[in-house]
Design a protein around this ligand. Structure first.
Ligand code: SAM
Ligand code: SF4
Length: 475
């Protein structure tokens, strides 16, 4: 029997359900070349469970913790009752998220009493600069560690300290997912934020902008692609501020071009962008690099200039609309997502109406809408939270109703169109995935499609997703 050494991406192509059997030479076996990873420790029978709330940065951090524990010999479990180590990754952007974390910690107190050997670890934005207070409030937690301070885990998980020399080489990605056909990965490229939006706690918890070295990111993505990843999202709280703090001052456009040129990477995205840094250079790179998806995530937060000024957003609605217009000029058909906060202190009915007007004019594909939540320590928390809860709820519903109306019409117009979909889930017998424009698409198909890219002809629509049928072969 012959053995052929191949990178994982090639192995995935060769063993593909519809194409692979025609390509693998008879009598040969495929052996995967380990690309980045140090030698993992053998399975030690211990289990970990990770619970994550919040943004994609948190998901990326959780994925990194999972990768570390996996390499240290631990295996994932769906249930915290089976876990030797439970990691909670927290968020404090809104009070509701913080309350959920506190609820989870309290519910785990009983589990910890019943199984004192279980290790409970808390990380994420709730932890930064708060460890002493948290120790008093949640004495049953064994370890608190700052987000991205992965070295702390080493002092707590003995198997990780055995791997001391190799930890830095670990990818920010959990490899078992790739084996399951989950071929998307988040790659953080810049940490922290230099803006001081008056409502936002992130700069206080994540610190100043710190970009990762350009070559490290390119090398990491290349390694991920060699392991089978085909869809990468570059992450940062202000992702398009990338590079401003590096000596050679590369920008996101340079990075997008370098990462987008990696052979085998099918899809590249980035989030979240700040309107002030949405330069023509970045939009041109998006338009010119084939792997970059035609999708832009550009939060506006409010459609009224006086509210934007008090939010300390440093731009006007005209600038935001101008950036969307430029993106649409360069990439007709590009989809756009945005974030809105309703009920900011002092927001009048008239100012809120301006938000609805601007959203109608912008015709976004997706609006993430949140009710204002005062965050202790921020500037706006010193101002009266004077928009009553029922008014916040009504404004929240009004934004959602506008979105349903706009998306119903837009998605209905997509019936009969063909779009490329990367399949990433299966639910109630139907495969689910995202188009390049990030629209959710469902298909019924007998073949195993997880991790495949398929062309789908759209047959039905709803405001939130599309349904269609696969055309041609999965790839
Ligand atoms: N950096 C991105 C930007 O500039 O738009 C967003 C990052 S922020 C952590 C994610 C979203 O949470 C924001 O877009 C905003 O809509 C929401 N958010 C942040 N602080 C909030 C608050 N105090 N109340 C309600 N929503 C908030
Ligand atoms: Fe928060 Fe503003 Fe920074 Fe976004 S840009 S993370 S909203 S401070």
């Amino acid at each position: 029997m012959r053995s052929i050494l191949v990178p994982a991406a090639t192995a995935r192509a060769l063993t593909h359900p519809t194409r692979g059997k025609f390509i693998v030479p008879k009598g040969a076996t495929l052996e995967l070349i380990p690309v980045i990873s140090p030698a993992p420790l053998p399975e030690n029978g211990k289990r970990f469970h990770i619970w994550t709330i919040g943004c994609q940065m948190n998901e990326a951090d959780s994925s990194r913790v999972a990768a570390m524990l996996h390499e240290a010999g631990y295996r994932a479990t769906e249930s915290e009752a089976d876990a030797d180590i439970v990691v909670l990754n927290s968020c404090v952007v809104r009070q509701a998220a913080e309350d959920k974390v506190a609820g989870k910690l309290n519910s785990l107190m009983r589990e910890k009493r019943a199984r004192p050997d279980m290790s409970l670890v808390l990380t994420g934005c709730m932890v930064t600069n708060q460890q002493e207070k948290l120790k008093e409030r949640f004495p049953h937690v064994d370890l608190f560690f700052d987000p991205s301070d992965f070295e702390s885990l080493k002092h707590f998980v003995p198997e990780l300290s055995e791997m001391e020399d190799d930890l830095a080489q670990l990818p920010h990605y959990y490899l078992e997912d790739a084996a399951d056909g989950a071929v998307s990965a988040y790659v953080p490229i810049i940490y922290g934020c230099n803006f001081l939006c008056s409502y936002c706690i992130v700069p206080y918890r994540r610190g100043k902008e710190t970009s990762r070295p350009f070559d490290d990111i390119v090398k990491e993505v290349r390694g991920l692609v060699e392991r089978g990843v085909r869809d990468v999202t570059l992450l940062g709280q202000t992702v398009n501020a990338y590079g401003h703090d590096l000596p050679e001052k590369p920008d996101l456009a340079d990075l997008l071009r370098a990462v987008g040129a990696i052979d085998g990477l099918d899809r590249l995205r980035f989030l979240t962008s700040h309107p002030k840094y949405m330069s023509d250079r970045i939009l041109e790179a998006m338009a010119e690099v084939p792997a970059i998806c035609e999708h832009l995530n550009l939060p506006v937060q409010a459609g009224d200039n006086e509210v934007l000024r008090r939010m300390r957003r440093t731009y006007t609605t005209d600038l935001w609309l101008d950036r969307l217009a430029k993106a649409r000029e360069l990439m007709p058909g590009i989809t756009v997502a945005t974030d809105i906060i309703v009920g900011f202190p002092g927001e009048t009915d008239e100012q809120f109406q301006h938000t609805l007007d601007v959203l109608e004019a912008a015709d976004c594909d997706k609006v993430h809408v949140a009710m204002y939540s005062p965050r202790p320590g921020t500037l706006s928390a010193r101002w009266e939270d004077d928009v009553p809860p029922e008014v916040k709820h009504a404004r929240h519903s009004a934004v959602e109703e506008l979105q349903v109306r706009l998306c119903t019409a837009r998605n209905a117009a997509r019936i009969g169109q063909q779009m490329e979909v990367l399949i990433d889930s299966k639910n109630k017998g139907r495969w689910g995935g995202r188009s390049r424009g990030n629209t959710l698409v469902h298909v019924a198909d007998e073949r195993h499609l997880l991790g495949s890219i398929v062309d789908v002809r759209i047959t039905e629509s709803s405001p939130w997703y599309l349904i269609g049928e696969v055309v041609g072969l999965p790839r």
